[in-house]
Write a protein that binds this ligand. Structure first.
Ligand code: NDP
Length: 290
């Protein structure tokens, strides 16, 4: 084993996926279907504004049109539900993205449930999560999908391997665990009530950290030769971005590791656009819808 893990370069893996997305969008357009993503942003949250701007810019680069719907932070749940219903019924819209988090006064669960599962390109609707669980996925949530693509790019063996997912959120940890299970890994899910996290980490051949706590996974916990995917995006004390994994220490022991930034982050948007082009491909009749 080399002294230092190789870096899993999310930017280049995402660039290759975006090239596929662009080709898929062109095929749809040639078949008379212009791929279209509706983006709903409620309120003025600065981070959400940045995310939405990035998604729209990348979509344009791939030949996916976006429709921008901005609502004030004081909008009612009913107003948002009305907009979602209209987008559900609009045949020109392939995907609906409601940027999270929604302002406190809005019933986020009701809004996500209202999205037509066939346009739910984030893959958060219970129908899509259920499909993933039974092994018949339609839209796979973007961040875990991106992690799987990074594992493939890193040549990580999953079949029969011990994989640890740290975090059990509905949008990252749980779907991640199912994807690893479908790839025949032996999967453990750790969370805030897990005892002996260091021991769990030290036994894992693949570690996916999705907690949201800066550098809480210590480098010395990582098993020699493990593959490490760090989903966390946290502000460090000096204002920079750090992951959930103590990078330098982990890199000294792992076989391959994602950097933060430049690892999982670029994959999430690319997978969102991939889901959107899949929906357009089904609308164009170029592939059967699942
Ligand atoms: P959530 O806050 O929804 O979930 C965090 C999970 O971590 C929970 O399941 C929680 O357990 C668990 N947890 C908390 N403390 C501990 C602990 N001490 N030991 C073990 N587990 C713990 O976060 P998300 O899943 O939405 O996101 C996780 C991270 O990933 C965040 O940093 C977020 O910014 C980042 N992220 C990055 C994306 C990207 O594109 N790169 C996209 C999405 C998220 P419990 O359930 O018991 O509370």
């Amino acid at each position: 084993m080399s002294a230092e893990a190789s870096l899993i370069d999310g930017k280049s893996v995402a660039a290759a996926l975006l090239a596929e997305v662009r080709a898929g969008a062109e095929a749809c357009s040639s078949a008379g279907v212009a791929p279209c993503l509706a983006v709903v942003l409620v309120g003025e949250d600065p981070a959400s504004q940045v995310y939405v701007r990035n998604k729209e810019r990348r979509a344009a680069e791939c030949g996916i049109a976006t429709r921008d719907h901005r609502l004030s932070a004081t909008s009612s749940t009913a107003a948002l539900l009305e907009l979602v219903r209209a987008l559900n019924e609009d045949p020109a819209v392939d995907g609906i993205l409601v940027q999270l988090p929604l302002p406190a006064g809005i019933d986020a669960e009701a809004v996500l449930l209202a999205i037509d599962p066939r346009k739910d390109v984030d893959g958060f609707h219970p129908e899509n999560l259920g499909r993933l669980m039974v092994g018949r996925p339609r839209f796979v949530p973007c961040t875990p999908q991106g992690c799987m693509r990074l594992l493939a790019a890193a040549g990580a063996e999953l079949r029969g391997r011990r994989a640890l997912v740290i975090g059990r959120s509905t949008i990252v940890g749980k779907p991640m665990a199912h994807l690893l299970l479908q790839a025949d890994a032996t999967v453990t899910i750790a969370h805030s009530r897990t005892q002996h996290l260091a021991r769990e980490v030290s036994m894992a051949e693949v570690v996916i950290a999705a907690v949201g706590r800066p550098e809480m996974i210590r480098g010395e916990w990582i098993a020699p030769g493990a593959t490490v995917i760090d989903v966390g995006i946290n502000r460090s004390a000096n204002g920079g971005l750090v992951g959930d994994v103590e990078f330098a220490g982990a890199r000294a022991r792992a076989r391959a590791i994602t950097p933060v930034p430049g690892g999982v982050g670029p994959m999430t948007i690319a997978c969102l656009l991939r889901n959107c082009v899949d929906a357009a491909t089904w609308r164009a009749g170029l592939a059967p819808a699942p």
